[in-house]
Write a protein that binds this ligand. Structure first.
Ligand SMILES: [Zn+2]
Length: 336
């Protein structure tokens, strides 16, 4: 795997590609939210740094260095990560695994590379590392990863070259999810991508849970039945769903808005391939036709959701917000 096989992060890859073919410097800081792929990119960068024939696209993939890296057995590459169950990396570990090791010459490659999870370094650990970061041995490169830069000492920041990882596009997240699980349903991949905020780790986490898919099915069913649901049912059965999902209310609103988006597309072009599930698509097209639901009406329904979202964020009475929202949605959907 080289840089180019990692999805997205083009700017970060470009910036890391340059030092691979020149003089790399001694310390890099990969910055980005948790789950964005800092360690994955850090490992690829390390592979490029150790490779015998690197290019701007990373390691060659075939030299002994690259093969050792792929097999996680390279003697000149070390990681210092948060041990499970611990709050921080112990200072003793910084001393023994890094400070006591940097002076020893590399065995196979021309340099040694250390990947350190700086989020797990408390101030004491950072201080222990600082002196080596200030005057590193010639053959050593440090790659630090961090999601919260504000927790790092200014002196650490000033000794490292920062490279920022930005959120992926939804399309890129879908691509990764499909690569990871070729059997994933396209709708579900899109759903997880949409809710991941462009963070691949979050999308992977969501794909391991049921609530998002279940709630999506639930709100789709509810919105398609909306023209026929009686007010009593709205305020009892449908309300009880919202009551159970109180913790997820903002997510449920986002899901409803997604379904309304699908309806808007289908109301304009019933043949659109926006929905892959044919049964659901046919059902949606039928409801749209039967009740003459058009984009203008869907826009009004979407505004109802915005009002409810604001009211809930402002800590309004939950029951009142939901009941008002349900009645307003029914009104907009039937007599718009
Ligand atoms: Zn190589």
């Amino acid at each position: 795997m080289s840089f180019s096989e990692l999805v997205g992060q083009n700017e970060a890859k470009q910036r890391l590609g340059v030092p691979l073919v020149g003089e790399p410097g001694h310390a890099f800081l990969l910055v980005g939210p948790q789950g964005i792929g800092k360690k994955t990119l850090g490992r690829e960068f390390a592979k490029g740094l150790l490779c015998s024939h690197p290019t701007e696209n990373g390691g060659c993939g075939t030299c002994p260095n690259c093969i050792y890296m792929r097999e996680h057995t390279h003697p000149d590459y070390k990681e210092l990560l948060l041990p499970s169950g611990e709050k921080n990396i112990k200072v003793a570990d910084v001393r023994s695994k890094i400070l006591g090791d940097v002076g020893i010459m590399s065995q196979i490659a021309s340099r040694k590379v250390y990947l350190i999870d700086a989020d797990a370094l408390a101030e004491e650990g950072q201080n222990a590392l600082l002196k080596t970061l200030e005057e590193p041995p010639k053959h050593v490169v440090f790659i630090l990863t961090v999601s919260d830069e504000s927790k790092l000492l200014p002196t650490i920041l000033s000794r490292t070259v920062s490279v920022r990882l930005l959120p992926n596009t939804e399309k890129e997240v879908v691509e990764v999810l499909k690569k990871n699980d070729p059997d994933i349903l396209p709708e579900e991949a899109e759903l997880f991508a949409h809710f991941s905020g462009g963070v691949i780790g979050s999308a992977m986490g969501l794909s391991q849970t049921d609530w998002l898919v279940n709630d999506y099915e639930e709100v789709t069913d509810f919105l398609l039945r909306l023209p026929e649901i009686s007010k009593t049912e709205l305020l009892t059965d449908v309300y009880s769903f919202f009551d159970e999902e109180k913790e997820h209310f903002q997510d449920v609103l986002m899901l409803m808005d997604m379904v309304l988006g699908e309806m808007a597309v289908l109301s304009l072009s019933p043949d659109s391939d926006r929905l892959h599930d044919k049964v659901k698509k046919d059902k949606m097209v039928n409801v749209i036709k039967r009740y003459k639901i058009n984009p203008a009406r869907i826009g009004k329904m979407s505004s109802v959701l915005t009002v409810a979202s604001r009211a809930e964020k402002a800590n309004g009475n939950y029951e009142m917000i939901v009941c008002r929202m349900l009645l307003a949605l029914k009104k907009e959907c039937t007599d718009g």
